[in-house]
Design a protein. Structure first.
Length: 257
């Protein structure tokens, strides 16, 4: 049965900011919000993939072509500058999707302080500082939605990448704290937890025949979690349809956890 995407009228014209929006799950987010008529700005370090995505979407003649901003989110000053550029182009941002991450595998005994700091600089720190920069815009606009992206890796006790799983386990702490601090200003904050999503990166590096068997055994549902499934949940969380949802985890993993 072909997937039927819901339409959320309140997302039309909304200013949306996505980290890591040029490939994988992020590209699905960029495409999905653009299809709703949102004004999407996204940052990524993958210039070629991001520019190709913008050209592809522009060819579909959307209401608003997404704005790609080349930015390494480890550089907080550059991230803040990109957020300022997005606001200047599209107005106050009212949907923030903290999606960018890097799940490079690593052995605990090989981790140096420098590698640890770099994992945190990618997978944890930008979530806070993107929210910090955008919260005043949401306050001016009368509300907004922040979606922080977690991971099932730590829920499944997955080994082989302790720095990544630690960073992702901390996401719900940030979500719940910000949700409490800003909820009375109509700012909702939730965590979206993807399962094992069949992105090009995952298929290239880690989805082996043995991994396929692990997925089949772990998921309650048949089939595979695709980037579009994650984007569908993000649309719901970004829209007024989730008006009374905050400080929560929304897991899209085929029933694995």
């Amino acid at each position: 049965m072909p997937q039927q995407n819901a339409i959320y009228p309140d997302l039309a014209g909304r200013s949306v900011f996505i980290t890591g929006g040029g490939s994988g799950i992020g590209a699905a987010l960029t495409a999905a919000f653009t299809a709703q008529g949102s004004k999407v700005a996204f940052v990524d370090i993958a210039r070629d993939a991001s520019e190709a995505l913008v050209r592809q979407i522009a060819g579909q003649k959307p209401r608003h072509v997404p704005l790609f901003l080349d930015c390494d989110i480890r550089d907080i000053a550059a991230l803040r500058a990109a957020i300022d550029q997005a606001r200047a182009a599209h107005g106050d941002i009212t949907v923030l999707l903290n999606n960018a991450a890097n799940d490079q595998r690593h052995r605990t005994e090989d981790v140096t302080p420098e590698f640890w700091d770099d994992r945190i600089a990618i997978n944890q720190r930008p979530m806070f500082f993107a929210a910090q920069a955008i919260l005043p815009q949401m306050q001016r606009a009368g509300g907004g939605s922040i979606v922080n992206f977690g991971s099932v890796s730590w829920k499944l006790r997955q080994g082989g990448m302790a720095a990544y799983t630690m960073a992702k386990a901390s996401v719900q702490g940030l979500t719940r704290s910000l949700a409490r601090d800003y909820g009375k200003q109509n700012i909702r904050v939730n965590t979206l937890v993807p399962g094992w999503v069949m992105t090009e990166r995952q298929l290239t590096h880690w989805v082996t025949p043995e991994a396929e068997k692990e997925i089949d055994a772990g998921q309650a549902l048949a089939g595979r979690v695709m980037p579009e499934h994650i984007a569908d949940m993000a649309l719901f969380l970004g829209s007024a349809a989730s008006a009374m949802c905050s400080a929560q985890e929304f897991v899209v993993d085929g029933g694995w956890t």
